[in-house]
Design a protein around this ligand. Structure first.
Ligand code: ES4
Ligand code: ZN
Length: 326
């Protein structure tokens, strides 16, 4: 079995997937029809043709527009269920899903609709597909601290349905320090903490995520390569990085997959993992990310095993469950 075949077959955990980013154009049109939502694009093909991004913001504009078709609990369930079927096909046995409640509550969709729809799909994935999962509520960093606090408050009646919080959306100009007090409150509540940092932003945003937000994982973190002290810290503490190679390529964070820093991260002893981020928009789910990265960086079978092992080490499953899974 070569490294690509091994990457496809090996059991793995996915830790960086925005569930709204798994909404395929076909399902966007189906839900638009079901809910009587009028889209700015006449067809699936026209929508897909608009997926030519130059940076993070050019993607986010289309991603938030796509999410506008989600109105009922069933819509959130159907979106997540479609993702779980893809995860199953790629031998993903555990996943921790990001969701962006503010994208929905700002349109008048109740928090209960979002969380109950997603949570129902998670339960079904466990019983019908044998995939364990958990939800992570992400705050949109382009919105205010006050808005984040209000979102946390609205979600607390559903505290049992999510394990942690994250920070996503437009990074540059919205440093982690903007949410220091929100994250401190989440820490008091016993929530797990993660944040996007070092995707388009500088290594300093990664330091802020670690020192001010006290995160347990960093999402992306590709900027770490610019800061040798940060690399040493990440290696020493085994701070996990949820890296998304095809996302970085599609959002022009790297010009060519052959320039991607993933192999350097592994060689430096970092707990780097491979993830799909927004698979419906970036050209592939977990195995597509593994396959293309193995090819571009000439990863070995040992690298593939290390990436799979890292995905479980970086996950929030109990030590006991982790030993059962890998
Ligand atoms: C995202 Cl790729 C990426 N970066 C930041 N925020 C996001 N939300 C969804 N995808
Ligand atoms: Zn992301």
């Amino acid at each position: 079995m070569n490294a690509i075949e091994l990457a496809r077959a090996i059991p793995k955990a996915e830790l960086h997937i925005h569930i709204e980013g798994s909404l395929e154009p076909e399902l966007i049109f189906e839900l638009a029809q079901r809910n009587g939502v009028v889209l700015a694009y006449p067809s699936v093909e026209a929508l897909r043709a608009a997926y030519a991004f130059t940076d993070l913001q050019s993607f986010l504009d289309i991603y938030y527009a796509g999410a506008s078709v989600l109105l009922q609990p069933q819509d959130f369930h159907d979106m997540a269920w479609a993702y779980f079927l893809r995860a199953k096909a790629d031998n993903v046995i555990h996943t921790e899903l990001f969701f962006d409640p503010q994208t929905h509550t700002a349109r008048g969709v109740p928090m209960a609709t979002v969380i109950e729809g997603l949570s129902g799909a998670c339960k079904r994935a466990e019983s019908e597909l044998g995939i364990s999962s958990a939800l992570i509520l992400c705050f949109l960093r382009h919105l205010s601290e006050e808005d984040a606090f209000a979102t946390l408050e609205a979600a607390l009646p559903y505290r049992g349905h999510f394990i942690g919080v994250g920070l996503d959306s437009s990074e540059v100009g919205h440093p982690p320090e903007k949410f220091e007090r929100v994250f401190a409150r989440c820490r008091e509540l016993g929530l797990k903490l993660v944040a996007h940092a070092g995707e388009e932003g500088p290594p300093d945003y990664m330091w802020q995520a670690i020192d001010l937000l006290k995160v347990q994982r960093i999402d992306h973190g590709v900027a770490a390569l610019q800061d040798p002290l940060l690399m040493a810290e990440l290696a020493h503490t085994r701070m996990p990085l949820t890296v998304c190679p095809l996302s970085n390529l599609k959002l022009c964070v790297v010009d060519d997959l052959r320039d991607h820093p993933l192999k350097k991260m592994l060689d430096a002893g970092l707990c780097a993992t491979v993830n799909s981020d927004d698979p419906a928009y970036f050209g592939g789910y977990m195995n597509a990310n593994f396959e293309q990265t193995v090819l571009a960086l000439d990863l070995s079978r040992e690298d593939v095993v290390q990436l799979a092992r890292n995905s479980f080490e970086a996950s929030f499953v109990s030590e006991q469950r982790r030993l059962e899974m890998f």
